[in-house]
Design a protein around this ligand. Structure first.
Ligand SMILES: Cc1cc2nc3c(=O)[nH]c(=O)nc-3n(C[C@H](O)[C@H](O)[C@H](O)COP(=O)(O)O)c2cc1C
Length: 207
């Protein structure tokens, strides 16, 4: 009788421990907690003159979070459109990389959403210069672009050259301003709402 009683007590204790393990919410939730600690470290870095790419950057930042960083050159570009077009053409021809004022600690980030306009059908010299200052091995770049309607030109090829080692995801590219015709900020009002919809669809794809 004593033996049967001991057996019964043993079974009761073991059974309640198994039950406790299965139903302990802390044990089930711990992997999720770990994922949150290791959540991607994000920066949204952009170059913008007439604010179209800036608007895209802000829309992206609102969704993905992280640090929002505007790229600045040490020496500002001319405000006159004709002059800047000439200067950029000359810089592109010479592969000149202008000094960049903006410095970041890239080790803080795993994923960089990188925004740029098309300049002279290429990646703008300041963006080439910025990329050239860092080691991109192991980083993920998510590119986005605005242009006057002529597309990306060689921007993605340039990106691959200057951000060597980075994993480059699908680009988002849209029509922005046409400064030549006096149209500076074009991604506003109804156009902004339309862009916002396609931008959010793209953000899901590159997640
Ligand atoms: C120097 C310069 C060169 C440009 N070259 C091109 C070009 O080759 N193709 C194009 O589609 N748009 C070109 N654009 C227009 C911009 O890409 C377009 O207006 C873009 O939306 C500007 O972005 P932002 O407002 O962020 O500066 C050029 C603009 C500038 C200032």
């Amino acid at each position: 009788m004593k033996k049967i009683l001991h057996l019964f007590i043993l079974l009761f204790i073991t059974g309640s421990q198994v039950f406790a393990c299965k139903s302990d919410p802390k044990i089930i939730e711990s992997p999720t907690e770990n994922e949150e600690i290791n959540a991607e470290r994000i920066a949204v870095v952009y170059l913008s003159r007439t604010n179209n790419t800036k608007v895209l950057a802000e829309m992206i930042h609102e969704v993905v979070g992280g640090d929002l960083i505007a790229l600045e050159t040490l020496n500002p570009y001319p405000t006159d459109y004709k002059q800047i077009v000439e200067q950029v053409a000359s810089e592109n021809n010479r592969n000149y990389l202008p000094p960049i004022k903006t410095k970041i600690d890239l080790s803080q980030y795993d994923r960089i959403y990188l925004g740029f306009p098309t300049w002279g059908m290429q990646l703008p010299p300041p963006m080439k210069s910025f990329l050239n200052n860092y080691d991109w091995k192991g980083k993920v770049i998510v590119p986005f672009n605005s242009n006057a309607g002529y597309g990306l030109g060689s921007c993605l090829e340039d990106l691959k050259i200057y951000a060597k080692g980075a994993k480059i995801l699908e680009v988002f590219s849209t029509k922005g301003g046409i400064e030549r015709d006096g149209i500076k900020l074009a991604i506003e009002g109804k156009r902004k709402m339309k862009v916002d919809k396609s931008l959010k669809e793209w953000l899901i794809k590159v997640k």
